[in-house]
Design a binder for this molecule. Structure first.
Ligand code: MG
Length: 384
């Protein structure tokens, strides 16, 4: 039995993880659940899985939590997460808290030597070097959940990482793959949120429309697999079945192919090193007519250029890219700025940033706050 903590259990990945746990009641015991503010949903989840711990964003919600099971211990905020991560019985942590809020819990889980199924990419983008350095010092391991990183990870099993030449990071291309630039300029919120392949949370869906999601994944891959930016090639692949590929120095390419269903990489990260038989969809190659690949259009999707720029410079640039993006996406979702303003503002904030190549956690948090402030200042000028 694997005792798992699902942190960020009410989001899209968290719900899918619980779906996996539901299919394997003899394999996984859900020991902890957490949400920032989705109280109704976590009470329901807790009554189904009867976890030892539930952690919610803050004490304001206390009154709404009377429906929790009797033996579930209630915790609050960052401190609550930190306390439950100290719990010895929890061996696996699925980290699906969204955005930069995952950084502190991630560092704590690493410090505690946990096996971490990591669905959040922002924390790695912000502080990848610091996180990976800590991973080396502790017994922690990071098992990627993001479908592309899971693919790279699986392709590298049993291989000598030094013999790796390139990684092909595949991208479905999002809702605007075929759109003209003027269509993108006029993009409505509704269109942005209509992703052709994946059903995901709102933040990542917007990120997939600007393609900055692929830029964040470029950085994520660099930190996870110790790659340079020039080793990672982004490849448009609209069918989203090849989740990524690796090419070795002898020209051999390994691809990981599976149905477009997040439960598959989630399950693998949770059950690793074991593979478990499941009832999720699989690829029918007889029905599949073709697989397409194309070069991404960096002019149509300038967020990719910005991500490569941050990936070449590293230091605190990736953190700034991520923070400016988070603020812009929030404002876009509230209808306060246009879709194209997201990338434009990120570019301006990056331009203004004095990069710090040698950095600690304090520098990361400082750069994050600085970038959010700067983004807000630029947003004031772009407000609709
Ligand atoms: Mg992905």
């Amino acid at each position: 039995m694997i005792n798992i903590a699902v942190l960020g259990s009410t989001g899209s990945i968290g719900q899918n993880a619980l779906e996996v746990a539901r299919q394997f009641p003899d394999k996984f015991k859900v020991t902890a659940l957490s949400t920032n503010s989705n109280i109704e949903s976590i009470v329901k989840q807790a009554n189904e899985f009867l976890p030892k711990f539930v952690c919610v964003g803050d004490k304001r919600f206390f009154g709404k939590l009377s429906g929790l099971p009797r033996n579930t211990k209630l915790l609050f905020g960052e401190q609550g997460l930190s306390d439950l991560l100290e719990e010895r019985s929890i061996s696996k942590v699925l980290l699906s808290i969204s955005g930069s809020a995952a950084l502190v819990p991630l560092l704590k889980a690493v410090k505690e030597g946990k096996s971490i199924a990591l669905a959040n990419k922002e924390a790695l983008v912000m502080a990848g070097h610091l996180v990976m350095k800590q991973v080396e010092k502790t017994k922690a391991s990071i098992l990627p959940v993001d479908s592309e990183q899971s693919a790279i990870w699986q392709c590298l099993h049993g291989e000598d990482a030094h013999k790796l030449k390139h990684v092909y990071l595949t991208a479905s291309g999002g809702p605007f793959l075929k759109a003209s630039r003027s269509e993108i300029r006029r993009a409505s919120l509704k269109k942005v949120l209509r992703h052709p392949r994946w059903k995901m949370g709102k933040k990542i869906t917007v990120d997939s429309a600007t393609l900055i999601n692929k830029g964040l994944e470029l950085l994520e891959a660099m930190f996870l697999f110790n790659l340079t930016s020039s080793q990672v090639k982004i490849l448009i692949h609209p069918q989203a079945l090849v989740h990524s590929m690796v090419e070795f120095i002898d020209g051999v390419v390994m691809a990981q192919i599976s149905a477009t269903d997040m439960r598959i990489p989630i399950q693998y990260a949770l059950s690793y090193p074991e593979r478990l038989k499941n009832l999720f969809p699989s690829v029918d190659f007889y029905k599949l007519k073709q697989l397409d690949f194309d070069k991404p259009d960096f002019n149509k999707f300038p967020a990719l250029k910005l991500a490569y720029l941050a990936a070449e410079e590293l230091g605190t640039m990736p953190c700034v890219l991520n923070a400016a993006n988070e603020v812009c996406v929030e404002e876009f979702l509230k209808g306060r700025i246009k879709f194209i303003a997201i990338t434009k503002i990120i570019g301006k904030v990056l331009d203004k940033h004095k990069n710090k190549l040698d950095f600690n956690l304090e520098d990361v948090l400082h750069s994050d706050a600085w970038a959010r402030n700067q983004a807000r200042l630029f947003i004031e000028r772009e407000r609709l």
